[in-house]
Design a protein around this ligand. Sequence first.
Ligand code: UD1
Length: 344
Amino acid sequence: MKNKILVTGGTGYIGSHTVVELQNSGYEVVIVDNLSNSRADVVDNIEKVSGIRPIFEQLDCLDYEGLNQLFTKHKGIKGIIHFAASKAVGESVQKPLLYYRNNLVSLINLLELMPKHGVEGIIFSSSCTVYGQPDILPVTESAPTKVAESPYGNTKQINEEIIRDYVKSGAPIRSVLLRYFNPIGAHPSALLGELPNGVPQNLIPFLTQTAIGIREQLSVFGDDYNTPDGSCIRDYINVVDLAKAHVIAMDRIMQQKQVEPVEVFNIGTGKGLSVLELIHAFENATGVKLNYKIVGRRAGDIEQVWANPDRANNVLGWKAESTIEDTLRSAWAWQQKLREEGIQ
Ligand code: UD1
């Protein structure tokens, strides 16, 4: 058995897939989640997939004393993967203080408690949003960060800085910042996936909900961008591949292989796909025709961004493996499963 790891937000979309991969690789997992955007029965499905039931504590990471007690109760936690955060870009514009409080204070609580409880390392869920519209594509980790388009994006930048400053101050911790591109897809078992709250804002859940008839039509936000077909370009990364990157990063932290106490990696495929290309890939992969329409641009959208994942490939030894077709089929299987279970 490897070390004990705390996964905050472990019943969420990326968190649940990561818990499975951590357990598959021998880590013991304690999940903390306030269930604000996930369901308790995700723990049952994690157990079905991995054969191991993770420890689950329903707790908000804003609760410093609760977290303190959790570390005492589950002695020997050596690493943290911090997913728990508010993540709706639009909502963050409406409720900035909620976002700053949730996302910043949760991280600060964890950082403060780490030395006290002998926790050695933390992986932080960051985002390619920190690059804004990069000047050079594909974007590398050394590209400058740009002024954030939303309070949500700003919390990612500030949290990266908080970790750097804390380590610089001499705190006895190590960290890996993973900058995710656009995570999509679901577990191949169709037991885990994304459970959007209300009307989905992200492309894939809206697309699969349209395909199954929950939504009448998918809007493509703009076809007048400076891209080959005029629609925006993103780097869509399979969620299981993304989950595996966390396990490798945690191994690196635990085995003290880091060259610097804070390391940053892009987690993407290195391939940019336009919205229209993605729609057609979905139709080809599943045989389902999508009802879509080109509409105006969405405020705040970046025109095009995709990763240079060389650092993750060469330094971490991680590489995105799934094909886009398999990933889109997994998203579709998950949507059908939700329908079967009467959830969505
Ligand atoms: C957004 C955030 C990003 C965040 C991520 C996670 C911005 C600028 N970026 O990424 O910081 O980490 O969500 O939630 O807000 N699209 C459509 N129709 C739709 C939905 C989306 O055409 O109904 C297009 C968008 O214009 C975009 C692409 O699909 O070009 C992907 O959109 P989305 O899934 O929302 O992700 P991002 O905006 O890239």
